[in-house]
Ligand binder design. Sequence first.
Ligand SMILES: O=P(O)(O)OC[C@@H](O)[C@@H](O)c1c[nH]c2ccccc12
Length: 371
Amino acid sequence: MEGTRVATPPRVSLLNASPSKCRTNLMVTRSIPAYLLNNTRRNHNSIQCALSQESESGAAASVDNTQGIRRRPTTGPPSHAVGPFEFRLQNDGNTPRNILEEIIWNKDVEISQMKEKKPLYSLRKALDTAPPVRDFVGALKSAYLRTGAPALIAEVKKASPSRGVLREDFHPVNIAKAYEIGGAACLSVLTDEKYFQGSYENLAAIRSSGIKCPLLCKEFIIDAWQIYYARTKGADAILLIASVLPDSDLNYMSKIARKFGLSTLVEVHNESEMDRVLKIDGIDLIGINNRNLETFEVDISNTKRLLEGKRGEIIRQKDIIVVGESGLFTPDDIAYVQEAGVKAVLVGESLVKQSDPGSGIADLYGRNISS
Ligand SMILES: O=P(O)(O)OC[C@@H](O)[C@@H](O)c1c[nH]c2ccccc12
């Protein structure tokens, strides 16, 4: 299941240096492998910290630039404590290259902590009492048929790393209710706390509030454990991000979701991700994100570009529902992505910022799409 190739760390020897030279924030270009640090901790009286590097191969620790987002630091975390010393060893292998990579590395640590508190066997038990799954894709299809406009997945989103806090007086259940009344087919609920100020409590509260719209758990999923957890909190659909997950994970995790009856929204941002996803069996919902999660640039013509030509044909043949995601603000934007071929849209910022997010839906569509 591990998608990341781990570079072999070079060896670093710690020999007879004066402690005064090696206080905190010592920067070197390679990391010290964990096993060596453990040894050093044991022997720290005799071994001090002159950092002379000897890479076995003499080559720099190799980092595979072609694989996109790295699942975790390839050369270990940047800070190490060795006896009384703390080193800050920063290098390409332990420094995130962009915000998405940073989010994923944090998520990896967060999940291992959450798993300790709620191991899989305890989640399995909680599944028995989880609320029933509602048909997310079905709700999108029927809203599209009913209104003739792209079905709306309205996002309950307090903040984002690119836009900061979108709404100070944030009451997730009230916002969700307003969305449902305004004509949303489904809702997306951000659960990431650190970067989006979301939570699983918000997801569970919306689910138990009587709101009927099916719910997408908007999370950075990198471990199957998260799918179980989302289900125990009442999710009806999950998100899988193609730039984060290798094909094997997309395949495996969408199968697990299907086993629970959950829908899977697979998100792509460029042609090569779209081509990868179109080759995976059983994918019936693809999101085209107009925002590049590595740079935050938003360009809604991305949706059009990815649906042109052969790709659009395959999507129609396979009867895949495409969701236009991010950066949609006006009726013209909605018409533009509909013309490009989407049957649903995912909208956060432009709605959540309105004093009444529900009536914001009519402004976004240029007409009332409720009932
Ligand atoms: O607020 P916007 O620009 O309307 O975007 C909503 C949604 O598309 C965006 O929040 C999103 C799309 N894919 C994601 C993946 C993770 C977190 C957030 C997202």
